[in-house]
Design a protein around this ligand. Structure first.
Ligand code: FE
Length: 202
């Protein structure tokens, strides 16, 4: 398949999104499933299960400098070594936040997203408003989403495509020196790996 056409997966009748929606409609119509339960399941995958793969990678990189280095230098190899496989992560790049630099991810053309690391993309990620505005006025959009960055912090916006998906490596919150991998992973939200929030001690 042509790579450029492939990017516009929203209109491809063979795309997983279109096929899944058609299947859901059919099952609801036949009375086999209840749409509310599907929504609840998707919600759980979106918020809890999906992003935990990415969250554990982030936590591990906070604990192991060597892993962090390999994740930033060659995420594909690092994921292969972690035996992480799945949809939409053929080529991933990881961008680390650091003092003075904040990264945020968008797909300006559609909704490319590292599913196997983060689960399903949130609806706002797919909205035309986020996709157009975060490029033009990232500081303002982040502020509206609850993340205020000072004027000295450089914001780098990464535009995903079918060739490259991005994951933000948030900074490790202060006061977490005693925490282990699973506890640290709990602090890493989906939004912090898209770059619209920080990882923080709740
Ligand atoms: Fe896309």
């Amino acid at each position: 398949m042509n790579k450029q056409d492939d990017h516009h997966h929203g209109v491809d009748p063979n795309s997983p999104e279109v096929r899944t929606e058609a299947l859901e409609d059919l099952l609801v119509e036949k009375g086999l499933i209840d749409r509310g339960r599907v929504d609840a399941l998707i919600e759980r995958f979106e918020h809890d299960l999906g992003p935990m793969i990415g969250a554990r990678l982030v936590a591990k990189s906070w604990l192991e400098p060597q892993f962090r280095k390999s994740l930033l230098e060659n995420a594909d190899r690092a994921l292969e070594e972690e035996n992480i496989k799945g949809a939409e992560i053929e080529h991933v790049e990881v961008k680390a936040n650091e003092p003075g630099v904040h990264n945020v991810v968008v797909c300006t053309l559609c909704s490319c997203y590292p599913w196997a690391l983060l689960g399903l993309p949130p609806s706002w990620y797919k909205s035309p408003e986020y996709r157009s505005r975060v490029v033009r006025e990232p500081r303002k959009v982040l502020q509206e989403m609850g993340l205020s960055l000072d004027a000295e912090t450089e914001i780098r916006v990464w535009d995903s495509s079918s060739e490259t998906r991005f994951l933000v490596l948030p900074e490790r919150p202060e006061g977490t020196e005693q925490l282990g991998l699973e506890e640290l992973a709990q602090l890493v939200t989906r939004d912090s790996m898209i770059g619209v929030a920080k990882a923080k001690v709740s």
